[in-house]
Ligand binder design. Structure first.
Ligand code: KG4
Ligand code: ZN
Length: 341
């Protein structure tokens, strides 16, 4: 029997229906254009938009899956981390739906769900866990940069995270400095294509540190100083492309170097990556080349599943139910600052 999952932790309202590892539907209403006007996500606007979108998105997900609410076997939602008012809307609606249907409810960790999104392959996406193997998983988004050791299904250990800005934040803030609209990551990716990644030598923060943590705020600051000293660059398209390629190369270098180093140290045979920044073409190419060189299996989340979506919440919920995880209590609350358990 099928399962309904809901995700509203930030600026995507999403609902998905999952059945035995198959994504029967995965509807995502993005709020990017709404927040672009303000240069970043405005929490109160995000919450109102989730309220407006959640019912139509859920109805569409059920219709596309040809499933009636009464046929649902379980309901799941993101419990945290995320924007409190945004989380509340999806979590409480899903909890109430489970209560009314008399079905189990699971409130899940957003990043734990990201760990399994690279296992969803094909169209429509299917998760085949018979091929699962221990891995090091990189989660890179606008708010988070995490490196996780996934020892077995539902058994993971956080290796490191960002001590300041996330990788996506560094893309977005660099973009803001050169006048690109929010979120700037995709546009920097495009501009970098015609640029020379070796044109400017930006720092690779913490690349040689023996830990698995990241830091991108120093890189952002050095871009700011560089632009202060070279304001003419903003009117030169080729030099702007070179700047984008050089900043992107610095971010990607750190991400790839630290991910591969962790994988080798922990002697896993597999690397996975997810989160919005995993859409970045240079990151995908560099990870592909590095994993081929080190004979590591690489699973990059497919592009539509890199960004936030309910399918990954549903896939994790199904695995948890299969492993007899206790349902989340009926009166449980959201956990906006939930650290990866
Ligand atoms: O996972 P995501 O959708 O969600 C949140 O953080 O909420 O990630 C969004 C981030 C933004 O910072 C955006 O600029 C970045 O992912 N991003 C990219 C690319 N596509 C999205 N960064 C670099 N290159 C891209 N192609
Ligand atoms: Zn996410």
């Amino acid at each position: 029997m099928p399962l309904l999952a809901v995700e509203t932790s930030c600026d995507e309202t999403s609902a998905a229906v999952i059945h035995e590892g198959r994504v029967l539907s995965n509807v995502v209403a993005s709020q990017i254009s709404l927040h672009a006007e303000y240069g970043g996500v405005v929490p109160e606007l995000a919450a109102r938009e989730h309220l407006r979108n959640l019912m139509p998105v859920t109805r569409t997900a059920l219709r596309e899956a040809s499933v009636e609410a009464g046929q649902l076997d379980a309901v799941a939602a993101t419990r945290g981390p995320g924007l409190p008012n945004a989380l509340l809307i999806g979590f409480k609606a899903a909890q109430a739906t489970a209560f009314v249907l008399g079905r189990p409810f699971l409130g899940l960790h957003h990043h734990e769900a990201h760990l399994y999104s690279p296992w969803l392959r094909g169209q429509p996406p299917v998760a085949d866990f018979s091929k699962f193997q221990p891995n090091v998983s990189l989660i890179v988004s606008g708010g988070h940069t995490l490196l996780v050791h996934v020892r077995a299904e539902l058994n993971h250990h956080l290796l490191g995270s960002t001590v300041d800005d996330a990788a996506g934040e560094c893309f977005d803030k660099t973009g803001k400095m050169i006048g690109l609209p929010y979120p700037a990551g995709p546009e920097i990716d495009r501009l970098a294509e015609g640029g020379n990644p070796k044109a400017y030598d930006f720092p690779r923060p913490m690349i040689d540190d023996p830990n698995d943590d990241f830091s991108f705020s120093g890189l952002k600051t050095s871009v700011r100083y560089f632009l202060r000293d070279h304001p003419e660059l903003l009117n030169d398209t080729q030099r702007l492309r070179d700047l984008c390629a050089s900043v992107q190369a610095a971010i990607v270098d750190v991400l790839v170097t630290k991910t591969i180093r962790a994988a080798k140290r922990l002697r896993v045979g597999c690397v996975t990556a997810s989160g919005g920044v995993t859409c970045n073409r240079a990151l995908r190419q560099r990870l592909t080349a590095a994993c081929a060189r080190e004979r590591l299996l690489l699973l990059l989340a497919e592009k539509p599943l890199c960004t936030d979506n309910a399918a990954m919440i549903g896939i994790l919920a199904e695995r948890k139910l299969r492993h007899q995880t206790e349902p989340t209590p009926r009166d449980a609350d959201i956990l906006p600052n939930w650290a990866l358990p």
